[in-house]
Design a protein around this ligand. Structure first.
Ligand code: BT5
Length: 326
């Protein structure tokens, strides 16, 4: 009901009387008043006048369904939103729903994560109300070996969305970081549950720094937010909706044609190509020059002895960016 009152207020730019709302939605005047108070508590600025009724003046930058959905062009991505004020990790929430058979497109969004995860058990910081923490459920009909390339498709969608909203020079640090001004703006965590030859589900988690003024000591040399870079605040809901819009379009292409239609963009947005890189995998660590990204989305690295290596996944550090220690 709260959502319907909000929609009603949003649709009529002027004052609407409590009586009109109560008649239209078939609830008592007292109930209208209670829901209006609830909306105010959630940060909606609503003017009340005993003569004229209520008027919505401003909506908060919340990442709830009511705020994101008017900005979405999608058919299924983000049409089902689990919204949390505070949660351990949005990836864990989506995993629970995935195991219960939820269809693809579901997203979980949180204003704060208390146990946000990076890859390999690393920590991801999501302070309250200033970042985006979002996880998305997908069920691509793919062989598991191709799943890591979805990370590149979301990365392209993120760069496209951020470039269109901010105009900043945003890059991809293959495979899962989004970079601004040589620092990490966004990290992507792709997790999957699969049999040998079939995917059960894929969860893409995305953490993005938007309006942080500064960062905790352990990440202050590596992290950047849109605000710490530009001094300006940004509306998180606009950015999230734009990412979901771009992603659905790209994911539809990916489902039928794989990652190859994205390779040109992946290369164009790359922070690695033609740079010296150090690759660390579970088993090995080596250094060389990033010379290409092939049609399967793998990074091609030329070692100093001339050998060429094809890298499917791993941690990459690149000269000129955070975390490069040759
Ligand atoms: C990642 O891991 O970059 C993937 C991060 C994914 C986070 C999202 S948020 C929604 C969803 N729910 C979750 O629980 N996770 C996902 P990795 O490449 O391992 O990078 C982790 C490293 O990034 C840490 O060791 C820190 O050095 C650094 N870091 C942590 N928080 C950061 C932040 N807010 N901004 C920039 N760097 C950060």
């Amino acid at each position: 009901m709260k959502e319907r009152i909000l929609e009603y207020l949003r649709n009529s730019k002027k004052y609407v009387s409590g009586e009109d709302i109560s008649r239209e939605l078939n609830i008592s005047r007292t109930a209208v008043w209670k829901y209006i108070n609830k909306l105010k508590e959630e940060g909606y600025s609503i003017e009340s006048s005993s003569k004229k009724g209520y008027r919505l003046v401003e909506s908060p930058d919340r990442l709830s369904y009511e705020e994101i959905s008017p900005l979405l062009d999608t058919n299924y991505i983000g049409r089902n939103v689990l919204y949390f004020d505070s949660v351990a990790s949005t990836n864990d929430i989506v995993r629970e729903y995935a195991q219960r058979g939820e269809p693809e497109g579901l997203i979980a969004v949180a204003e704060e994560q208390t146990k946000g995860r990076g890859r390999m058990g690393r920590r991801w910081s999501t302070p309250k109300g200033v970042a985006i923490a979002m996880s998305m459920l997908l069920r691509p009909n793919l062989s598991p070996q191709f799943v890591p390339t979805i990370t590149s498709v979301i990365a392209v969608s993120v760069v496209e969305a951020l470039t269109s909203v901010t105009g900043f020079d945003i890059k991809i640090k293959w495979p899962n970081d989004i970079v601004l001004d040589g620092k990490k703006l966004c990290g992507i965590l792709t997790e999957m549950s699969a049999e040998i030859d079939a995917v059960n589900h894929v969860i893409i988690g995305m953490g993005m720094n938007i309006n942080q003024d500064d960062f905790e000591d352990d990440i202050k040399d590596v992290a950047v937010s849109l605000k710490s870079y530009s001094g300006k605040s940004f509306e998180r809901k606009l950015i999230l909706a734009e990412i979901l819009n771009r992603f659905e379009e790209n994911y539809e292409i990916f489902k039928f044609h794989g990652v190859s239609p994205f390779i040109d963009k992946i290369k164009r947005f790359s922070a690695l190509l033609n740079n010296r890189v150090i690759i660390s995998n579970i088993n090995e660590k080596f250094e060389g020059e990033a010379i290409d990204i092939d049609m399967d989305g793998c990074l091609i690295v030329r070692l100093d002895n001339g050998d060429v290596r094809r890298v499917i996944s791993g941690d990459v550090s690149v000269r000129g960016l955070y975390g490069y220690t040759p």
